[in-house]
Design a binder for this molecule. Structure first.
Ligand code: HEC
Ligand code: HEC
Length: 406
C-alpha cells in the first residue's frame, strides 16, 4: 500500500498519512512472523572454500614443517593435524544448533550455556551446572582451537569431536536428552528438517544423530584463535610482545619453570595426560581422572594438559576450578612438588613437576605472558534468533555485558 502514489496534492497528504498508519499496523503482525533461516555459503574467517564446497584452514603455521627444532627455541613449529573440510552449510547449521536450547531434554540449556563465547567458550564456573541444576564434576574447557585436538575431556576419554559431541547431549549432568527425544524435538521445529537437507544434501533422512554430531563438530572446529600477540611474535614481529610479556615467555620456556614441556607451543598443550597433583576444592573427593579412562593406577589424578590459549578469559582454573586467578594457578607450580597432595594419597607426579623456586616477579611475568595468548577476533556471529525460537537469556545477557553487543 505504501507504493501507491496520489497525484492530487491534498489527497496525497491524506493518503500518505493513511498508508503510513496502515503500514505500521499491518506490518506489525508480519514482523512477528517466523524468521526465515538459511545457511551461509561462505567459510568462516581463516578458511578458504575449495571446489568441492569444503572449508580449508589457512594459517601461517602451515609454512613451518616441523614440530621440533625450528626457529628460535621452537617458536616456528607447525601445528598438529587438524580437522577441516566441512562445508560452509554444515558449519553454519552447527552454529545454530550450538546456541539452541532445544537440544537439551528440558529445552533450557544450549551448548553455549557452558561454552559461552563471551567467557572464552567456558562458563566462568569451577564446575558446570547442567540440566535440573545438577553440578558436574569438572569445569567446562574452552572450545577455541579444538580442531587441533586428538584427545578430549579432562580425563582424555574421547578421541574425536564427534565422539565427544554426543556425550553432553545425553549426559544426565549436562543436557539430559535422549536420541529419540532429540530427533523428535528437532523435527518439530519448522526450520530444522529443511536446514539439515541443505547441510547434508542427497541423503534420504538427513535429520539423524550422526549429522547433528557432524554439524556441531564442523562449527567447533571453525573456532580458530591463532593471532594473539604471541603468534605475531612467533611469525617475526619483534614488537608484538611487550618487554614484560617477553620476559614471561622466557620464564615459560626455561628449563627451570618447564611450562612449555607440557603446554607446548603453538597449541600450548602437548595433548598428553600428566599427573601434577592439583588440589580438589574443599570437601570434594579426589577426582582420579585418567586412571579411570585407561584403567591405570599410575594415572591416578592425571588430566589432559589443557591448552593455554585464551586462558585469561576462562577463570577459574584446573579441572574443578580450584584456582580463581592465573596468578594462583602459576603459583601452584612453585609451592613445592606435591605440596597439595593430601596425606595418605599416593600420586605418581610427572617428572617435569619440579621445584622451580620462581620469584614473585617471575610469576607476575608468567601471568603477563599467558595474557598474550588471547585472540578472540574470529568470534563467531551469535544468532539473534535460533530456529526453535527459544532464546537463551543467560548467554545473551553475558554477551551484552562482556562484549557490548548482542
Ligand atoms: C552443563 C554444561 C555443559 C553443556 C550444556 C555442554 N558442555 Fe561441553 N563440557 C562441559 C564440561 C564440564 C566438560 C568437561 C567434562 C570432562 O572433562 O569430564 C565439557 C567438555 C566439552 C568438550 C571437550 C573439550 C576438551 O578440550 O576436552 C567439548 C568439545 C564440548 N564440551 C562441547 C560441547 C558441545 C558441542 C555441547 C552441546 C552439544 C556441550 N559441550 C554442552 C560442560 C558442558
Ligand atoms: C608436567 C606437565 C605440566 C607442566 C610442566 C606444567 N603444566 Fe600447567 N597443567 C598441566 C596439567 C595436567 C593441567 C591440568 C591439571 C588439573 O586440572 O588438575 C595444567 C593446568 C594449568 C593451568 C590451568 C588451565 C585451565 O584451563 O584451567 C594453567 C594456567 C597452567 N597449567 C599453567 C602452567 C604454568 C605457568 C606452568 C609452568 C610454571 C605449567 N603450567 C607447567 C600440566 C603441566
Amino acid at each position: 500500500m505504501g507504493k501507491l502514489i496520489a497525484h492530487n496534492s491534498n489527497a496525497g497528504v491524506i493518503f500518505c498519512v493513511y498508508s503510513l498508519f496502515f503500514s505500521v499496523f499491518l506490518s506489525a503482525p508480519l514482523s512477528l512472523a517466523k524468521p526465515f533461516f538459511s545457511l551461509s555459503d561462505q567459510c568462516p574467517p581463516s578458511f578458504s572454500l575449495n571446489s568441492d564446497n569444503q572449508c580449508q584452514l589457512r594459517n601461517l603455521y602451515q609454512f613451518y614443517d616441523s614440530l621440533q627444532d625450528r626457529g628460535l627455541g621452537g617458536l616456528k613449529t607447525a601445528l598438529p593435524e587438524h580437522r577441516d573440510g566441512f562445508s560452509p552449510q554444515q558449519i553454519d547449521l552447527g552454529r545454530l544448533l550450538f546456541f539452541d536450547p532445544v537440544l537439551s531434554g528440558d529445552k533450557n540449556l544450549s551448548c553455549a550455556n557452558c561454552h559461552n563465547p563471551a567467557l572464552g567458550f567456558s562458563d566462568g564456573m569451577g564446575r558446570s551446572v547442567g540440566a535440573g541444576g545438577k553440578v558436574s564434576q569438572r569445569s567446562a574447557p574452552t572450545l577455541w582451537n579444538s580442531a587441533f585436538l586428538r584427545v578430549f575431556f579432562w580425563d582424555a576419554r574421547a578421541n574425536s569431536l564427534e565422539e565427544q559431541a554426543v556425550g553432553p547431549l545425553f549426559s544426565d549432568h549436562e543436557m539430559a536428552n535422549t536420541p529419540q527425544q532429540l530427533i523428535a524435538n528437532l523435527s518439530q521445529v519448522d526450520a530444522y528438517p529443511q536446514l539439515f537437507s541443505q547441510a547434508f544434501p542427497g541423503s534420504g533422512d538427513p535429520l539423524i544423530i550422526d549429522n547433528i554430531a557432524t554439524a556441531l563438530s564442523a562449527f567447533q572446529s571453525s573456532l580458530i584463535s591463532l593471532n594473539s600477540p604471541y603468534d605475531r611474535y612467533a611469525h617475526g614481529d619483534a614488537n608484538a610482545l611487550s618487554s614484560a610479556e617477553l620476559e614471561g615467555l622466557n620464564v615459560f620456556r626455561s628449563f627451570v619453570a618447564r611450562c612449555s614441556q607440557c603446554h607446548t607451543p603453538p597449541l600450548f598443550t602437548n595433548q598428553q595426560v600428566a599427573v601434577i597433583g592439583t588440589p580438589e576444592p574443599t570437601g570434594l573427593a579426589r577426582d582420579i581422572g585418567a586412571a579411570q579412562t585407561f584403567n591405570a593406577e599410575r594415572l591416578r589424578g592425571g588430566f589432559k594438559v589443557p591448552t593455554l590459549r585464551n586462558i585469561a578469559r576462562t577463570a577459574p582454573y584446573m579441572h574443578s576450578g580450584k584456582f580463581t586467578t592465573l596468578r594462583d594457578a602459576a603459583e601452584f607450580y612453585t609451592k613445592g612438588r606435591g605440596h597439595a597432595v593430601p596425606e595418605g594419597e599416593t600420586l605418581l607426579l610427572h617428572w617435569h613437576i619440579s621445584d622451580p623456586k620462581l620469584t614473585d616477579t617471575e610469576l607476575d611475568r608468567l601471568v603477563d605472558f599467558m595474557g598474550a595468548l588471547t585472540d578472540e577476533r574470529f568470534i563467531p556471529k551469535i544468532p539473534d534468533q535460533v530456529p526453535s525460537g527459544l532464546l537463551n537469556s543467560k548467554v545473551n545477557i553475558s554477551l551484552v555485558t562482556e562484549l557490548g553487543e548482542n
